[in-house]
Every structure is written in structure tokens, then in C-alpha cells.
Design a binder for this molecule. Structure first.
Ligand SMILES: [Zn+2]
Length: 398
């Protein structure tokens, strides 16, 4: 009985601390009186929690606000560089990582090429990446967050299967926790992207949103009422292998016409190579040594330099994405949708046909309120989401 009372007291204390920290983080500069008003906590409780946050260095007094007649109130702010966050993105052709401050501003970046390595060799590369990042900052680290491809158990920190990296049942979180003696959190890359947009993106204070990440693979991350939705088997948003094309090509998974066969960056690259081979005059050929050696970066560069040859294919990509997004919008009625990943680099060439197709496939009153944008975080979205895992789980930021 005594123990449970003690546990409840501890929980209340923790809850109050998170509430006060969330208020200071979201308000930027705020007085103790205002915090009491926003949180409905007593001024005494607010003062004691603020002292604790100041002792930990997370919060500081930064000036005085306008007087409401009496003594002008002292304003509090989060100390953005009091702790740093390491965010890793293992879901691309290169392993990429960055050190961020508490506002998601980049302090340092590292990229490590994979060159087809898998298994233990790929794990060694993760260590190389993390070693460099951990060493690069003098601020205390809150921990390491990871966005990784494949089927992942975020609670155990295990990658069950990542085909391209030849990882099976890899306890990545535990391995890094032992190596660096820091908290480590792991999420699927699309789930991480959704948390990144939710935490650091500009989405009109939306409490729910969907990120569709279309890169080499395609997946969606779903935030509902401020919480990442993982699904019963942690596979929520696995839309890449939903069949959208009739009589389509065979996919790696064995089925035919999966979304990934027609709308992934790999599908785009194959189309670009075919165009460059067929048409030697194509602008694409000015950006690569040979059609076969074109990279996705070069295809994007050619597009931004006026190459229009991919436009019909990009319109198809937009329409196929709309087929799947119509189902998500129909099921969940979430009004903020963000397209991320390499496919988002093509902007309106994908987005405009996507929006037009969505209108044909969704109830007009619902689609009228649905806002679809491309991510403003580009290549950083997974790293930022990985870092945001630390804000969520270590500081209780919602
Ligand atoms: Zn498939």
C-alpha cells in the first residue's frame, strides 16, 4: 500500500515535470505565472519543478516580461544546447547521422557509404558513424535515436528483418546502449519520419498527421493525437506492398504490381535509365557518365535543370500514391499528409496529379479539408525523427 502510494507520488511528480517542460518548450519564453495558468498546476508546484529543470540545465531565466502592475515577471526558456541528440538514418544507400540540439538544429553531420555491405560489416559501419557523432559534441548527450528499414520492434529495440542490410533479429538498441552507455531508441524509418514532422515540422499545431515516405521503399508513419501509432505488430503504415497496378511487374515480395514497383525511387531510376538509353539527346545524359550509371541524385539534378522527360512517369507516381492515400484518409480522416523521401524532391510534378486523383477517390467534404504537402525537411526527416524519439521518451515531450 505504502509502496503504491509512493509510486503514485513519483508518477505525479514526473507528470508535472513533463507538463511544465512541454509548456516552456512550446511557448518559447514564458513566466512561472503563465505556466501555472496553462497547466492548472499551483504556483508552488510550478516553482519547484522549474527549479529542478534549472538544476538539470534544461531551462534558464532569460529576461523579464512586461509588468501587469506589480513586479515584472521573470521569463523562462529552454536552453537549446543544454543537451544534444544523435539521430541516425539507416534507410538509404548511405548511413547518415547528425547531432542536433533540442530544437532540431543541426550541429554536425556524418555520412558513411555502405557499398553493398551487410550483416556484421554493416553493423561495423553503424559503429563508425555513431563513434564520430558522439565524439563531435561537448554537450551532454540525451541519447541516440535510430530510424532503420524493415520490420522493427521499437519496445525491444530489435530489427527483426532488414533485407538489404542482411540483418535478422539484430538487437541494435542494446548493442549501442552497451557501447556508449546512453539511452538508445529504435523505430522504423517511416515511423521516425512521422515523428520528425510532428515534432519539428510546421503543421498548424496538428495533433495527428501521416507521413508517406517514398524512397527506395515506401511506408507511412502515422501520428494520432500526438502519439506515434505502431500497430499491433509494429507494422502500421506498411503500404509499400499494397497492390495498386493491374497486371503489374513482380515485386521482391513475390506479388505483382505493389506500390513499390511503380512509385519508389528505384522505379523512378529504372524509368530514367530507360529514357536515357532510348534518347541519347536527353538532358539526363548530361548528368551521368552513361545511362546505366545514373544515380538518383543525378536524376533529381537533371529534373531541376529542366529535364521534363520523367514528367508522365512522375504523374503516374502521384496517381498511384493517391490510390493508397485515399484509403488512409478514408479510414482515419487525418487532415495533414506529408510526402517525404526522394520522390518528394520532384515537388508539384508528383503532388499536383496526386491531389487531383485523391479528389476522385475520396468524399469531397473530407478531401476539401485534407492538406497534402511535400516535406520541408528533405533528407533530414528520418534523422530528425530519430532524434525526436529521445525528446519523447527521455523528456516526455508531446
Ligand atoms: Zn511487394
Amino acid at each position: 500500500m505504502i509502496n503504491s502510494k509512493k509510486a503514485t507520488r513519483e508518477q505525479t511528480k514526473q507528470h508535472n515535470k513533463q507538463l511544465v517542460f512541454n509548456t516552456i518548450y512550446s511557448q518559447d519564453r514564458v513566466s512561472r505565472v503563465e505556466i501555472a495558468r496553462y497547466t492548472s498546476l499551483t504556483r508552488t508546484t510550478v516553482s519547484s519543478v522549474v527549479s529542478e529543470l534549472m538544476d538539470e540545465g534544461l531551462v534558464a531565466e532569460v529576461g523579464v516580461g512586461p509588468s501587469a502592475g506589480g513586479k515584472p515577471p521573470i521569463l523562462l526558456s529552454v536552453v537549446d544546447d543544454s543537451y544534444h541528440l544523435v539521430g541516425l538514418d539507416l534507410a538509404n544507400g548511405k548511413f547518415r547521422g547528425a547531432v542536433f540540439n533540442l530544437r532540431g538544429e543541426v550541429c554536425h553531420r556524418v555520412t558513411v557509404p555502405i557499398n553493398g555491405r551487410g550483416g556484421n560489416d554493416a553493423l561495423e559501419l553503424v559503429y563508425q558513424l555513431a563513434d564520430q557523432l558522439v565524439k563531435s559534441t561537448h554537450s551532454p548527450l540525451l541519447g541516440i535515436g535510430i530510424g532503420a528499414p524493415g520490420v522493427i520492434d521499437p519496445l525491444q529495440g530489435i530489427i527483426h528483418q532488414a533485407v538489404n542490410l542482411k540483418w535478422e533479429n539484430l538487437s541494435l538498441a542494446a548493442l549501442l546502449r552497451d557501447r556508449y552507455d546512453l539511452p538508445v531508441y529504435l523505430a522504423n524509418d517511416s515511423h521516425a519520419a512521422a515523428l520528425g514532422e510532428y515534432t519539428f515540422g510546421q503543421h498548424d499545431d496538428a495533433i495527428s498527421l501521416i507521413v508517406v515516405k517514398a524512397g527506395r521503399g515506401i511506408g507511412a508513419g502515422i501520428v494520432i493525437n500526438g502519439q506515434l501509432f505502431y500497430g499491433d505488430g509494429y507494422g502500421a503504415g506498411e503500404i509499400g506492398h499494397v497492390v495498386v497496378a493491374d497486371n503489374g511487374q513482380q515485386c521482391q515480395c513475390g506479388n505483382y504490381g505493389c506500390l513499390e514497383t511503380v512509385a519508389s525511387s528505384q522505379a523512378l531510376l529504372e524509368e530514367a535509365i530507360a529514357i536515357a538509353q532510348k534518347n541519347p539527346q536527353s538532358l539526363l545524359n548530361q548528368f551521368g557518365d552513361s545511362p546505366e550509371q545514373l544515380s538518383m541524385d543525378q536524376v533529381i539534378e537533371a529534373f531541376h535543370n529542366g529535364d521534363k522527360s520523367l514528367e508522365p512517369f512522375l504523374a503516374d507516381v502521384g496517381r498511384y500514391l493517391a490510390v493508397t492515400i485515399a484509403n488512409l484518409v478514408g479510414a482515419l480522416n487525418i487532415e495533414h499528409i506529408v510526402i517525404a523521401g526522394r520522390v518528394a524532391n520532384f515537388g508539384p510534378a508528383v503532388l499536383t496529379p496526386l491531389q487531383a486523383e485523391l479528389q476522385k477517390r475520396t468524399l469531397s467534404s473530407i478531401v476539401a479539408r485534407t492538406k497534402i504537402v511535400t516535406s520541408s525537411m528533405n533528407d533530414d526527416v528520418v534523422k530528425l525523427g530519430a532524434a525526436a524519439l529521445l525528446l519523447t521518451y527521455e523528456l516526455g515531450l508531446t
